[in-house]
Design a protein around this ligand. Structure first.
Ligand SMILES: NC(=O)c1ccc[n+]([C@@H]2O[C@H](COP(=O)([O-])OP(=O)(O)OC[C@H]3O[C@@H](n4cnc5c(N)ncnc54)[C@H](OP(=O)(O)O)[C@@H]3O)[C@@H](O)[C@H]2O)c1
Length: 279
């Protein structure tokens, strides 16, 4: 096998795993960067290296010979930004030339959606370190919409705001297009579905497609925290969940783009098509 020039982080996850499989189908030699090699996908054209983002000493040798890297954002954690910065230092030290990073739509230092702030600072850090990158500023994953439902209800302070759910398969297709063609641009790209939907419309679609009634309760901020009070989760995580709704209400996810079609040649999947594909 030719030595890989492309590496994929998060290959044990949904997005990284799909990207790894798409590259393998094209017979492109790839290095899979994972934390647990037993969970790495078994692919014909890929080898496996083990490293956590926080482990610079393991990352640098794992990336030897790699030009282009798919960098999936780590799990939401209190130290996620530190993990990302450590990983970026390692990418630079190992000589990685170009990164495709999974960012978030409208990320900013003061994003209403608290988890989006790490993405802003991660982009900034790559810029400061002189690392060329394409940030895929993903909208809310369509895959996550059914997971908003608890006991037939979507509840949160989302108001009548709208968002543009994007299927992870479309995000993966964009990533593969960028990873496999060095002539593709770097920069920041909003990656969105084809239409804006409100949470009420999402609930109606879920009802229609699943046949199970789903309703949306537009909570106040106070109600949102009260309804999550019994959940055993750290405060930063609860803040992240609640603020994702507040960000929808504030219009921060109400972004449409042509990125999927522009880089893949096919239109993005609608929420309806995505939900129907899950049946
Ligand atoms: N746009 C949205 O709506 C949305 C929603 C949810 C999440 N996200 C973001 O999108 C990312 C990717 O999505 P996904 O669906 O592919 O997630 P996923 O299936 O949960 O996979 C995440 C991957 O990241 C790896 N990872 C996490 N922390 C790491 C670390 N410190 N060092 C090395 N690898 C690490 C995991 O490795 P292990 O298997 O070893 O744990 C896993 O392979 C998520 O991590 C999250 O930041 C976006």
């Amino acid at each position: 096998m030719t030595d890989p020039r492309i590496a994929v982080t998060g290959a044990t996850g949904a997005l990284g795993g799909r990207i790894a499989r798409l590259l393998d189908e094209r017979q492109i030699p790839t290095r899979l960067l994972v934390r647990n090699p037993a969970r790495a996908p078994k692919l014909q054209h890929a080898d496996v290296a083990v490293a956590d983002y926080i482990d610079r000493a393991a990352l640098v040798p794992a990336l030897q010979g790699i030009d282009t890297l798919f960098f999936v954002s780590g799990f939401e954690a209190a130290d996620r930004l530190e993990q990302h910065r450590t990983a970026i230092d390692a990418f630079v030290e190992a000589g990685v030339q170009r990164v495709v990073y999974t960012s978030f739509v409208n990320c900013a230092a003061d994003s209403t959606f608290t988890f989006a702030r790490d993405h802003y600072y991660t982009e900034q850090y790559m810029e400061q370190q002189g690392l060329a990158f394409a940030a895929l500023r993903d909208n809310f994953y369509a895959d996550m919409v059914p997971r908003l439902v608890t006991d037939g209800v979507i509840r949160g302070p989302g108001g009548t705001g709208r968002f543009a759910p994007v299927a992870r398969t479309d995000v993966a297709d964009v990533a593969v297009a960028l990873l496999t063609d060095p002539a593709q641009p770097t920069g920041r790209f909003d990656v969105t579905g084809p239409e804006l939907v409100s949470l009420e419309q999402a609930a109606a679609l879920l009802t229609e497609v699943s046949g199970q009634p789903v309703t949306y309760i537009n909570e106040t901020l106070q109600e949102a925290y009260a309804s999550r009070a019994g959940i055993d989760a750290p405060q930063f995580e609860i803040d992240g969940w609640v603020s994702s709704y507040s960000a929808i209400a504030a219009g921060e996810f109400a972004v449409l783009s042509d990125t999927v079609e522009r880089f893949t040649g096919h239109p993005p999947m609608s929420l309806r098509a995505f939900l129907e594909s899950m049946r």
